[in-house]
Design a protein around this ligand. Structure first.
Ligand SMILES: Cc1cc2nc3c(=O)[nH]c(=O)nc-3n(C[C@H](O)[C@H](O)[C@H](O)COP(=O)(O)OP(=O)(O)OC[C@H]3O[C@@H](n4cnc5c(N)ncnc54)[C@H](O)[C@@H]3O)c2cc1C
Ligand SMILES: NC(=O)c1ccc[n+]([C@@H]2O[C@H](COP(=O)([O-])OP(=O)(O)OC[C@H]3O[C@@H](n4cnc5c(N)ncnc54)[C@H](OP(=O)(O)O)[C@@H]3O)[C@@H](O)[C@H]2O)c1
Length: 463
């Protein structure tokens, strides 16, 4: 054991972000003796996208919070919520008082389409919509106009599936979930009847996982449809589907075939989900708000698993009143940390942050900000284990001088009057939310504004 991580000189680590990757890093660290972990989050509430991203009608997935709760209760763990790194505190300040810092701040922005009309009223990112219905404080001022018959979702990944499902579900299916009340009220008045989900490539390249796709075919009072002609795959796609690793894509194409068969059956379903392929948005039209989207018709080009969409000369105009861009998230930079603007990630070697190709001592990264915005919750576990492994390998070369940890930050934190939210405070907020949900039969009614979260924590402190 190095001179670090001893009873007299515990190894002090700061983690920036309390999403899955942050918690899995904490778990891997706290398995070792004499390690202390302080986890910072800009929100007063922990769990990142598990709270603010995972769809309300998927409560089982959120049970992973029980695992994170157990980690948070481990000796040596401290939560410091409502502290934004890069604003309330700088990464450099953390590096001065901790032996190591792990950046686990996710990917909070979005990829852009880069087309005219993208920012017209009525054109939204999936992140805004998801954040709004999930009660994320950043998105509560967003307004979605559901008075239109037709909504378009650009992208065919699982986030697009979530967006489409929330639009297509009868609102009664959502009432007993933890979706926030304002969203229920707005969705209950929704006039959206047709939802088009647009893929720039073909059915064999859709990024949905098959369970999520099949779920879209089982929504009450809703029918999933696609054009049988789109299922005439090109030879390269047929080769892709024959690959032993293409199980998910094969299941997806099977699901699309059943959706195509639906087109021949009479239906009285109130809502229609239309899966469309080989179409790229090239302009979003409208004066004061979105009225239609122009879609170029594409062909696929390239070799197996590397096929790209190539727009041809033909295009179609799809009238719509509401459009969601669900084309992937993007990381944002932290002041003082080298950042790759193109990929939206922090350059790293097995989790060691790099500056001009060289590791920055004691600075590590994990999760979506490390590898980009893909992968399920569990994917972050192996990712964080790798990062912590690198840190442990480096331990002997890190400066072993004792560090004060958060005690060295108190002056800076009180100077900008940050109300730091402890894990105990979060537990109080959590029980208030659960109580607020009870009369409605909901697992919780979330606080959607930071002031209300803090007030709940403060109120109980005075009780
Ligand atoms: C809409 C949506 C739904 C999803 N649903 C599922 C699902 O059902 N099942 C599944 O397996 N996967 C799902 N995923 C994927 C899963 O959520 C991600 O794999 C996972 O959340 C990534 O973890 P992370 O820790 O890297 O980032 P995040 O979960 O985003 O956590 C990052 C944390 O860092 C904090 N933070 C950011 N910046 C700062 C800062 N400057 N200072 C302090 N704190 C900061 C944030 O507040 C946040 O708490 C979904 C993703 C999205 C976008
Ligand atoms: N229930 C769940 O398990 C769940 C729920 C939500 C999210 N997640 C996970 O979270 C991760 C992120 O999901 P995601 O849906 O945001 O991303 P994603 O899986 O990468 O899907 C993005 C989609 O956007 C398309 N796209 C990208 N750029 C485009 C452009 N310029 N024009 C048109 N289309 C474009 C992509 O098409 P191309 O394929 O052609 O690039 C793809 O269809 C995924 O790993 C996902 O599985 C899981």
């Amino acid at each position: 054991m190095s001179a670090l991580a001893t009873e007299l000189n515990p190894f002090r680590v700061a983690i920036i972000g309390s999403g899955p990757s942050g918690f899995y890093a904490a778990e891997a660290l706290l398995r070792r003796p004499h390690v202390l972990v302080d986890m910072f989050d800009r929100l007063p509430t922990p769990f990142g996208l598990v709270r603010g991203g995972v769809a309300p009608d998927h409560p089982k997935i959120k049970q992973v919070c029980l695992v994170y709760d157990k980690i948070a209760r481990t000796t040596g763990f401290t939560f410091l919520g409502n502290v934004t790194i890069g604003d309330d505190l700088m990464v450099e300040q953390l590096r001065a008082v901790y032996h190591a810092v792990v950046i686990a701040c996710g990917a909070s922005s979005d990829r852009r389409l880069g087309i005219a009309g993208e920012d017209l009223p009525g054109s939204h990112t999936a992140t805004e919509f998801v954040g709004w219905y999930n009660g994320h404080p950043d998105y509560q001022d967003r307004k979605f106009d559901f008075s239109h018959d037709t909504a378009v979702v650009i992208g065919q990944g699982n986030v697009a599936a979530d967006v489409a499902r929330i639009l297509a579900n009868p609102v009664d299916c959502l009432r007993k979930t933890d979706i926030c009340e304002a969203a229920i009220e707005a969705l209950a008045r929704s006039c959206v009847r047709n939802i088009h989900i647009i893929g720039r490539r073909g059915p064999a390249q859709a990024k949905f996982t098959s369970v999520e796709l099949r779920e879209l075919g089982k929504i009450r009072d809703c029918i999933a449809l696609c054009d049988a002609a789109d299922l005439h795959l090109n030879p390269t796609s047929i080769e892709e589907l024959a690959d032993p690793h293409a199980d998910e894509s094969r299941k997806n194409v099977e699901a699309f075939r059943s959706f195509a068969a639906n087109a021949n059956a009479p239906t009285s379903a109130a809502r229609h989900l239309h899966f469309r392929f080989l179409e790229t948005p090239i302009r979003i039209n409208g004066g004061s708000r979105v009225t239609s989207v122009k879609l170029a018709k594409n062909a696929l080009a390239g070799s197996r698993f590397e096929q790209v969409a190539v727009p041809g000369p033909l295009s179609v105009e799809l009238p719509c009143g509401l459009l969601f861009r669900s084309v992937g998230s993007k990381g944002v930079s932290l002041p003082g940390v080298v950042f790759d603007e193109c990929s939206g990630t922090i350059p790293n070697a097995k989790g060691r942050c790099l500056d001009a190709g060289k590791p920055m001592p004691g600075l590590y990264v994990t999760g979506w900000i490390k590898r980009g915005p893909t992968g399920l919750i569990g994917t972050n576990r192996a990712d964080s284990v790798e990062t912590v492994g690198s840190m442990i390998e480096d331990m002997a070369s890190l400066d072993p001088a004792p560090r004060p940890g958060v005690a060295g930050l108190r002056a800076a934190l009180s100077a900008n009057a940050a109300r730091v939210v402890s894990y105990g405070d979060w537990q109080v907020i959590d029980s208030c939310e659960r109580r607020r949900g009870q009369p409605k039969g909901k697992p919780r009614e979330k606080f959607t504004h930071v002031v209300d979260m803090i007030a709940a924590a403060n109120q109980s402190a005075h009780d």
